[in-house]
Design a protein. Structure first.
Length: 135
């Protein structure tokens, strides 16, 4: 039953890892004079280089749709209906989100990213269908 918490914990720690990249990229850009500290006063201005904005955008991605993942997992845990399908879907979702981040933060091929993202959404939808059937 509590095994459904492990994929959640993994995604939380991945989110923290990506978050650590944000100040690193920002400090690096300011030190290299590619941006000013004031460019980050209200988020990121248009003056901020793309490679500096990327970690923040990926971090925001990890706070958006994954909310539905966390709710699905907590729902399964709360109703005591965790099964191997749910667990497999949860781990698949986490792996796809890590893969999405890896593409986004490295070579950033939009088509590859889109395919991984679409597959992660499909996995999340199937997880929610499973939740609906188990409630």
């Amino acid at each position: 039953m509590k095994a459904i918490l492990y994929p959640m914990i993994a995604l939380v720690f991945w989110t923290f890892a990506v978050l650590l990249l944000v100040p690193r990229a920002r400090f690096r850009a300011v030190r290299a004079r590619l941006a000013r500290a004031s460019d980050f006063a209200c988020g990121e201005s248009a003056n901020v280089p793309e490679e500096t904005r990327l970690p923040n955008r990926n971090y925001m991605n990890l706070l958006e749709l994954p909310v539905l993942f966390y709710v699905a997992c907590l729902t399964l845990f709360a109703i005591g209906r965790v099964d191997p399908w749910c667990l497999g879907l949860a781990w698949a979702y986490v792996l796809l989100r890590v893969a999405h981040s890896a593409v986004h933060l490295t070579y950033n091929n939009v088509i590859h990213r889109m395919r991984i993202f679409a597959l992660s959404v499909l996995v999340l939808v199937v997880l929610w269908v499973r939740v609906a059937l188990l409630v």
